[in-house]
Design a protein around this ligand. Sequence first.
Ligand SMILES: Nc1ncnc2c1ncn2[C@@H]1O[C@H](COP(=O)(O)OP(=O)(O)OP(=O)(O)O)[C@@H](O)[C@H]1O
Ligand SMILES: [Mg+2]
Length: 246
Amino acid sequence: MSHHFIRFSHVSYTYPSGTKALDDVSFLITHGEKVALLGVNGAGKSTLLLHTNGLLLAQEGEVNVGDVPVTRKTLPLVRQSVGLVFQNPDDQLFMPTVEEDVAFGPANMRLPDAEIGRRVEVALDRVGALDLRRRAPSELSGGQKRRVAIATVLSMEPSILVLDEPTSNLDWKAQAGLMDLLREFDHTCLIATHDLELIREVCRRCLVLDGGRLVADVTPGELLADGALRALLGLGAERQELRVKS
Ligand SMILES: Nc1ncnc2c1ncn2[C@@H]1O[C@H](COP(=O)(O)OP(=O)(O)OP(=O)(O)O)[C@@H](O)[C@H]1O
Ligand SMILES: [Mg+2]
């Protein structure tokens, strides 16, 4: 894949229960952009993110990662490019130990053992979780699980990083570490979040979902200046944390 962009073209998705979670969503995120995905609970953020690596497949419209359409056939290729960190770390961690979980992706890519070992070390170190490597994921705290879940994706060295509310459960130090990591990440990031500090520190563009529809594609500054968008997101007048950094 020459260009690591994500394109949604008229994507709609309805859950079997009948809830229409995405409704004709179109956007393009180009290489290197760091984009926040906003919307109230139930707006469709997680559903959209699950389409970026084919965990859900568009029922209408098309998702493209680079020049590859996301279909059942292209899933292995797409998943080498797109690293998705789930909203709930328990959905991501299933091996007996932390290091086996972090090694799982690289092992699936059939990398040599030495390279797998190197990646596990680097990824766990990057999230400050090297000391947890021999622990059982099920016995970790919420924030520890979150860090390990992020490491399981970093170890695959994705060119597009997709994170679903990554700062929830993280202590302040871990939040700051994650923001450094995201700032330093050279490639494309799409991040569903309610965290204004994260948006201010990392993102230059915000997509806003409302009832499954994409209703805004703006800079953080524009978002703050827009009374209707603020009201939609429940951002009161006193919430000024989104000041854009100079
Ligand atoms: N597995 C599912 N089966 C049926 N409906 C679902 C399922 N997952 C989500 N939904 C519904 O789809 C809509 C969008 O949900 P989604 O999880 O994408 O929202 P979200 O923006 O990520 O919310 P949150 O901020 O709470 O994480 C909601 O109405 C939700 O109830
Ligand atoms: Mg969600």
